[in-house]
Write a protein that binds this ligand. Structure first.
Ligand SMILES: Nc1ncnc2c1ncn2[C@@H]1O[C@H](COP(=O)(O)OP(=O)(O)O[C@H]2O[C@H](CO)[C@@H](O)[C@H](O)[C@H]2O)[C@@H](O)[C@H]1O
Length: 468
């Protein structure tokens, strides 16, 4: 099959969070299964375009209403990612330093979607499926199904994968004229709660909708930032497919970012070497258990509670634990996490910002990874932690519920029910007790490191879904 993945992120070209990881891996595994998977994404101002070999495959003009823009599409020539990569360059719109966060994000991502469809529209053949990821590509199913200009694309099946229903990309009707012409009586397909809502539109118009874990599919019927009733009514065409991880990128035996590589057999010495190096950089004591949090510092991840959770645990443990945070997000959370450094020097540290290398080093060097999420459609951090021999401490929600089993139930992680200071504090206490039992910890790590969360299975599940 020929599969076109459309996404705002794709690792290693541009990654803000888990979306990038998924779109950087799934097409590779689909290619390994014998399919022809392509990724078409915006061309940002980043080093990937400059440092790799590209050829121009399309030069044209696109429109956002009366505004014209030049479009140039580049193809990466060497297939170094294991799939075909296309970058859509729109001068003045896609070529920014960051992926998101600009006032004209609506225009930027709409121009990218229109330019991509204009290009596909003039191919001599049709792809077998267009797979859209999140709201930045959410108007594609509407446009292929309804815009006169794209009537030849009407029979191409479209799939929407919802990585996170919290973000929907809504904008006002004053921007309706940006879309290529369609019969106005169809505009209800764009609308949700009085706005044009790209995620809602994709849920209505895509041939199939997927979520990134089975539990999240259940949960969005009652918790989806306003889309609950729509998701419930479109349930018949929806499926929950659990994300995998790219075992080639996330492999403690080969990961070039680690201080020392290790396998299941050498997990104790390997993790110790990584922990010592990490503690050295962050002024922590490697003899004590190291707890960590890696991620976006936003409410859905429970990040607003982290300062209080850390303060309590550090104060109650009388200096017997270490905590290291890596993340960025809401400024007041960042500020409080930085302030804590003054309270607990030698036991606590935080790196505010995005640092891919450091994240790998922390998965390898930490003992426990905290994920007190309020919402977690799948979560990849816990899967990386399991593969690197770090015990996850997670709230029983979404994909966390589907992938982590509590030690009390014969499992390998620590689970708690609520995103609350008390629940997470208790979970840290349980982890501290577990840490004292070296034999049990070693058995757990040997078990988790051999768990198979690779993309092989899920890549095939998507293929099966495209063919249904
Ligand atoms: N400051 C930082 N420095 C370095 N690396 C950092 C970082 N902050 C985060 N990361 C990395 O970003 C990724 C985060 O992935 P997640 O799946 O946990 O979250 P996210 O909420 O972005 O994704 C959404 O999409 C994914 C994919 O479907 C779902 O798993 C998830 O539940 C959903 O919310 C991991 O690779 C993590 O290591």
């Amino acid at each position: 099959m020929e599969i076109i993945h459309l996404s705002a992120e794709c690792y290693p070209i541009a990654k803000v969070g888990g979306l990038g990881d998924v779109v950087g891996a799934l097409p590779k595994y689909q290619t390994k299964l014998g399919h022809y998977a392509k990724v078409v994404m915006p061309a940002y101002n980043n080093s990937f375009l400059l440092q790799n070999e590209f050829e121009v495959v399309y030069d044209g003009w696109g429109n956002l209403g009366t505004r014209h823009f030049p479009v140039r599409i580049f193809r990466e020539k060497t297939n170094k990612l294991g799939f075909d990569l296309y970058l859509v360059h729109i001068a003045g719109l896609t070529d920014r330093d960051k992926v998101y966060g600009y006032e004209d994000d609506v225009e930027r991502f709409l121009a990218y979607q229109i330019a991509t469809l204009d290009w596909i529209n003039q191919w001599e053949h049709r792809p077998d499926v267009i797979h859209c990821h999140d709201h930045h590509t959410g108007l594609v199913p509407f446009m292929t199904g309804n815009c006169e200009k794209y009537k030849d694309l009407r029979n191409i099946p479209t799939i929407l994968t919802i990585h996170n229903a919290q973000y929907q990309g809504q904008f006002g009707w004053d921007k309706l004229h940006y879309l290529p012409a369609f019969d106005l009586w169809r505009s209800g397909l764009l609308e949700w709660k009085k706005d044009i809502n790209p995620l809602a539109s994709a849920i209505k118009c895509a041939w199939r909708v997927t979520t990134v874990s089975p539990s999240y599919l259940e949960e969005i019927s009652y918790n989806a930032n306003g889309l609950e009733s729509l998701l419930a009514s479109e349930r018949g065409k929806s499926a929950g497919i659990l994300n995998g991880i790219d075992n080639e990128v996330w492999d403690p035996q080969k990961d070039p970012m680690l201080t020392k590589n290790y396998a299941i057999r050498t997990v104790e010495s390997g993790k110790k070497a990584n922990k010592v190096a990490l503690c050295d950089v962050f002024n922590l004591d490697p003899a004590k258990p190291l707890f960590t949090f890696i991620g976006r510092l936003v409410g859905e991840k429970g990040a607003d509670l982290l300062p209080a959770i850390f303060h309590n645990s550090l104060a109650h443990s009388y200096g017997n634990i270490n905590i290291l945070v890596l993340g960025s997000g809401e400024p007041d959370v960042e500020e409080k996490l930085v302030e804590l450094k003054e309270w607990f020097p030698g036991n606590y540290n935080a790196y505010i910002g995005y640092n891919e290398t450091l994240s790998h080093q922390i998965y390898a060097g930490a003992d426990f990874l905290l994920m007190p999420s309020r919402v977690e459609p799948c979560g990849l951090n816990q899967l990386y932690a399991l593969r690197y021999g770090t015990i996850p401490i997670v709230r029983r929600i979404g994909g966390l519920k589907d992938t982590v089993v509590d030690i009390g139930d014969g499992g390998f992680g620590i689970c708690h029910d609520q995103t609350s200071v008390e629940d997470v504090g208790q979970a840290i206490g349980r982890a501290y007790d577990l840490y004292q039992n070296k034999k049990q910890v070693k058995e757990i790590l040997k078990f988790t490191m051999q768990l198979d969360h690779s993309w092989d299975k899920a890549a095939q599940q998507y293929i099966d879904l495209y063919q249904m």
